[in-house]
Design a protein around this ligand. Sequence first.
Ligand code: NJP
Length: 238
Amino acid sequence: KEQVAIITGASRGIGKEVAFQLAENDVKLSLLGSSDEVHKTKQELEEKGYSNVLSFTADVCKEDDVNHVVEATKNAYGKVDILINNAGIGGFKAVEEVTVEEWKKTFEVNVQGVFLASKAVLPLMKKQNFGTIVTVASDVSRYTIPEGGSLYTATKYAVQGFMGSLAQEVRENGIRVGTVNPGMVDTYFANGTQGDPEKAEWLKVQDVAEAIVYMVQAPKHMVIDELQLHPLIQQYPR
Ligand code: NJP
């Protein structure tokens, strides 16, 4: 039976590619992004012949927005099997240059957003005794970096802890919870431009999306707790 997935941050970057790869795997989609660009993703999918796509302009920081998306997805498809917590933001600067507003906003999107979307789908997943939640965390969920990454790293450590605890909390409800921790990926992240020649050796959105699809499509009895991947050119402390 066809599965149903909600993807946060599907306007561009990794989330958009995950949408294409899950559609290719016959998964019905509900896409969420804070800008209208998310509707472009739906349009592009439809142009490729994928018709089971909903799109919502919604902010993962806002409980009402997130609940509306989950409710509308349930009404349209009758269930939610998969949640991909992908929406995230980041910037890199020295601690004394980080404003309180930036601190709050980054935690709101990267941590509270994951909490809100997970909280909203859990009742449905518990009812059906099945579900998979994959969160795009980061390589900096596992170690610290020197280049002004304190705020971003703090949010990803938080998310890793949240997901690890959640995994144990809902295991007996048949719900699988995991994280994918990519190193440098060529996207629009941190005011970047996808396709920038300087990032030719970085991970591609396809690489990360394939890892996510692998986690989601694993046999039901198997949980992939964490996948860590990085470009060969990136130094990785171990
Ligand atoms: O970045 P980008 P990525 N509510 O900027 C959406 C992690 N990661 O694909 O709001 C809802 O191309 C935004 O849509 P819109 C990173 O931390 C990356 O690289 O409409 N959606 C867009 O679709 C993040 O968790 C790297 O503009 C919101 C998407 O998020 C994930 O990968 C390394 C939103 C961002 O697309 C995807 O980021 C790493 C909101 N409030 C981890 N705010 C890397 N790229 O190097 C943003 O370790 N979005």
